[in-house]
Design a protein around this ligand. Structure first.
Ligand SMILES: [Cu+2]
Length: 290
């Protein structure tokens, strides 16, 4: 047997051994339209990808492990034709009203990605319809994990888009800011976004910016390590306390607290810690380390 054949068999058996850990994950998400209740009780139309046909303000989080294949059924439970886009996986599907499309993707490496409804037409990805796809290795999949999907919107522009008008984004002046589609009252005590942990523990924070302005997340008390980046501005492997995210960026941060404490994390794009013009609100979380 020549060397090339032996190498070929080796590579093949290596692939087999990796495949033996892989699973096929079937998941369904449903694009719903609903009403978002802001902190000052303003109601605006809003979209989200939920687990079923009941509208909720938080998009489903898709979480898989390296080696997995995700078979994702996407149902369009709205009255319009919609798109489902996952740019990092070259997925762009048109879905008729009431129809379901199935997409398949293979998780080859760790990272964080954004899935969204199309950027054309009413641009509903900018008023809700954008969530996270997270790929980790096996050991990270069982770590304590928190999620910050950052969003912003301007209620007047949402109303214009909803009525079929186009908007001038050069005059965009967002008045509401959210984490996982939630505002202040809903975020206080929220288990998915407020970090609880212990000194020395490895804690993962999943961050995406699915809004339309830049955000800059500042940690008080601790530094984090940028473990995976989908960003031109943050270097993989850097350790710091402020992480800028342009629209469309994503980060997987590792926090290993060196002391106990109760600290805030907030957006240094300071308008984003308001809601309807009132402070404090918006992109504001707490770290509770024992
Ligand atoms: Cu600060």
């Amino acid at each position: 047997m020549n060397l090339i054949k032996i190498l070929g068999i080796l590579v093949f058996s290596l692939q087999l051994s990796q495949l033996s850990y892989a699973s096929i994950i079937h998941q369904k998400i449903v694009l719903n339209k609903g009403e978002l209740l802001t902190v000052d009780s303003v109601q605006v139309p809003y979209y989200a990808f939920n687990a079923d046909t009941v509208f909720g303000q938080t998009n489903e989080r898709l979480k898989i492990v390296i080696g997995d294949s995700l078979v994702l059924s996407v149902m369009n439970n709205t009255a319009d034709v919609q798109e489902f886009v996952l740019t990092d996986f070259s997925i762009n599907r048109t879905i008729a009203a009431g129809a379901t499309e199935q997409v398949t993707l293979h998780a080859l490496k760790a990272g964080i990605h954004i899935y969204l409804a199309g950027k054309s037409g009413k641009q509903i990805d900018l008023w809700g319809a954008a969530g996270m796809l997270i790929i980790t290795n096996q050991s990270d999949a069982v770590k304590s994990t928190f999620y910050w999907n950052l969003k912003d919107f301007e209620s007047q522009k949402v109303l214009q888009l909803d009525s079929g008008k186009s908007v001038d984004w050069s005059t965009y002046y967002p008045d509401y800011f959210m984490v996982n589609g939630l505002g202040k009252d809903q975020l206080v005590g929220d288990a998915a976004s407020n970090v609880k942990g212990a000194v020395g523990e490895s804690i993962l924070i999943m961050l995406t910016n699915t809004g339309n302005v830049n955000h800059s997340i500042h940690f008080h008390g601790y530094h984090c390590l940028a473990q995976e980046v989908t960003s031109k501005r943050v270097q993989k492997g850097c350790s710091k306390d402020t992480f800028p995210l342009e629209a469309g960026d994503g980060l997987i941060l590792l926090l290993v607290p060196d002391k106990p404490g109760f600290y805030p994390v907030h957006d240094h794009n300071l308008i984003a810690v308001s809601g309807g013009g009132k402070y404090p609100n918006g992109i504001f979380m707490v770290l509770d380390i024992k």
